[in-house]
Ligand binder design. Structure first.
Ligand code: AMP
Ligand code: TRP
Length: 344
């Protein structure tokens, strides 16, 4: 044993991320995740999947699940993911995710999972009634990422803790099996104006699929009228927009709308304020609504187009699954060997 830090991971860079097929996608998913995937596919080898195995950690109607997977795929394509460039696939079609997750269940410690805030938020007061899968959810997520030796994981702010857990699992695996630098320690990619879009009804809660109020979020499939109406009804305060970001610190709803404008327009919050300082929401909201309709309208339309041809989506998913299986196989084979499994 030496005290030297292990050699850093030397493999190629790779991006991996996924979204659960557990409800309609909203503006937070679009800005926090889909837009980033689309940009990254041209820079780094990119794997994007539909996390159906994660979705069933809470009840999903079996009659709906496959069509929800197609809907997320349609959203990926509508946002600009190109199946010839990125590998797009359904998680459950690659059995290696489950196999690696089991091994990682034996690497991760209970104490690490006990700290996961998403489980605490989802389980609330009745954690003994939740599925075991919901508890080990972040371990499956680590398997998703490390199966492809992904180095970069584009996600919204709420997933940061899960990527940090993935780093801990990778580090412990590398150490326990005496394979320094076998797995990379992946980096979350969170920065950017869309990292944490808040509810339109409450600036302290994130925009979420599970919020009972549909007015809290803009869905990717909302039509122009719905988008405009939700923005008109968004909670705000009576003050005009200030000149500096500092003055927005204690105005979470105002901050959120400025952030949404900036993210949709590819500008910084400061640039948006420079344009709108001194104007009230009566003036700002219609501009935001126009921008949102202009940017999201075509995405919703493209989604509808893709969904009208489920056969085409299925062939994209089947081809992606094939590619993903080939990429995953060598990692799983090496892991089995390191663990000492029979026949590996
Ligand atoms: P989920 O809907 O939980 O499967 O999330 C899919 C992706 O969207 C993940 O990368 C999340 O971090 C991201 N995401 C979800 N909600 C938001 C939000 N309100 N703001 C920014 N990103 C989000
Ligand atoms: N947990 C993520 C979410 O709810 C979805 C997800 C599953 C994921 N596996 C992943 C994201 C691997 C990034 C990488 O948003």
């Amino acid at each position: 044993m030496t005290d030297q830090a292990p050699a850093p991971y030397a493999g190629p860079e790779r991006v991996l991320s996924g979204v659960q097929p557990s409800g309609a996608l909203h503006l937070g998913n679009y800005l926090g995740a889909l837009v980033k995937f689309t940009r990254l596919q041209h820079e780094i080898d990119t794997f994007i999947f539909v996390a159906d195995m994660h979705a069933i950690t809470v009840w999903q109607d079996p009659a709906q699940l496959a069509s929800q997977v197609r809907e997320i795929t349609a959203a990926y394509l509508a946002a600009g993911l190109n199946p010839k460039v990125a590998t797009i696939f359904p998680q459950s079609a690659v059995a290696a995710h489950a196999e690696l997750a089991w091994i990682f269940n034996c690497v991760a410690r209970l104490g690490w999972l006990d700290r996961m805030t998403q489980f605490k938020d989802k389980a609330g007061k009745h954690k003994e009634r939740e599925s075991v899968g919901l508890y080990t959810y972040p371990v499956l997520q680590a398997a998703d990422i490390l199966l492809y030796k992904a180095t970069h994981v584009p996600v919204g702010e709420d997933q940061k803790q899960h990527v940090e857990l993935t780093r801990d699992i990778a580090g412990k695996f590398n150490h326990d099996f005496d394979a320094p630098a076998f797995f990379p320690l992946p980096e979350p990619m969170i920065e950017g104006p869309g990292a944490r879009i808040m509810s339109l009804r409450d600036g302290s809660a994130k925009m979420s699929k599970s919020d009972p109020s549909d007015y809290s979020r803009i869905n990717l499939m909302d039509d122009a009228d719905a988008i405009a109406q939700k923005i008109r009804k968004a909670r705000t305060d009576p003050e005009p927009l200030p000149e500096t970001l500092d003055e927005l610190k204690d105005r979470p709803e105002a901050m959120n709308l400025v952030g949404i404008y900036a993210a949709l327009d590819g500008r910084s919050n400061a640039e948006v304020l420079a344009e709108f300082a001194g104007q009230g929401f009566g003036a700002f909201k219609p501009k935001l609504a126009d921008l949102a309709v202009a940017k999201l309208g075509p995405v919703g339309e493209a989604m509808r187009d893709y969904m009208s041809d489920p056969g085409e989506i299925d062939s994209i998913l089947a081809a992606g699954a094939e590619r993903a299986r080939s990429a995953a196989a060598p990692t799983l084979a090496q892991v089995k060997k390191l663990v000492g499994f029979w026949g590996a």
